[in-house]
Design a protein around this ligand. Structure first.
Ligand SMILES: Cc1cc2nc3c(=O)[nH]c(=O)nc-3n(C[C@H](O)[C@H](O)[C@H](O)COP(=O)(O)O)c2cc1C
Length: 201
């Protein structure tokens, strides 16, 4: 049976490193021989309003994400995520964390929590992790330093878990912001190939 992959990209540059990396990941998935339906969601093209912190989406119990009162593209994005077996989440590191574009999306995922009035803190609606996730970040600093000096890998991981996915590979690309039109060195291809193998394993 065919599986589904949803890739969510939160970069401001359509031809930037994150787009290049995600496109290479998707090409690798296509060439893997696995039957995988692919949907690419570029957050730059979607209308995503700020979370209003009204918490209405967190009030009713149940495993399904709560329904948000804000009418924009989030409902469609959540529907796509719910139908996925694999997730790819990608964001550049800006100001030591994921982009504001990713953060805005992330805040709206509070609907994955049950948090009725009277309770101190939210509880995940479901602890099941029946999806697998590949996470991608890019930075000016060397990739190895990202987990120590930025919150981006952690933000991507916690988002994946919130969405019911187990992060199986994290690609932190670094040292790639030197030229105006940065390109992903072909040397990264091996890491991409290994990560895709882990994702589809
Ligand atoms: C506003 C801004 C903030 C940035 N902050 C950081 C940072 O805190 N640490 C870092 O290593 N790189 C930082 N960078 C560099 C970006 O991470 C790098 O240009 C980006 O990963 C490239 O991704 P893209 O090609 O998909 O746009 C910043 C860039 C901008 C424009």
């Amino acid at each position: 049976m065919s599986k589904k992959l949803v890739a969510i990209v939160a970069s401001y540059r359509r031809e930037g490193i994150i787009h290049q990396a995600v496109h290479r990941i998707l090409r690798q998935v296509k060439e893997s021989g696995h039957e995988v339906e692919i949907e690419l969601i570029d957050l730059l093209d979607r209308q995503i309003e700020f979370c209003t912190n009204c918490r209405l989406c967190t009030q009713s119990p149940g495993e399904k994400p709560g329904s948000c009162v804000v009418r924009d593209d989030m409902a469609g994005i959540i529907e796509a995520i719910e139908s996925a077996d694999y997730l790819v989440l990608g964001s550049p590191v800006n100001c030591f964390n994921v982009t504001a574009l990713f953060r805005r999306f992330m805040e709206r995922l509070i609907c994955y929590s049950f948090w009725p009035w009277g309770k101190m803190s939210p509880r995940l609606r479901s602890k099941r992790k029946n999806k697998r996730a590949l996470l991608v970040s890019s930075s000016a600093m060397p990739g190895l330093l990202q987990p120590f000096f930025t919150g981006a890998p952690r933000a991507l991981k916690s988002t994946a878990r919130l969405l019911g996915a187990r992060p199986v590979a994290v690609l932190c690309f670094g040292g790639i912001a030197i030229r105006e039109k940065g390109f992903l060195p072909s040397g990264f291809q091996d890491r991409i190939k290994r990560s895709v193998e882990k994702l589809l394993a």
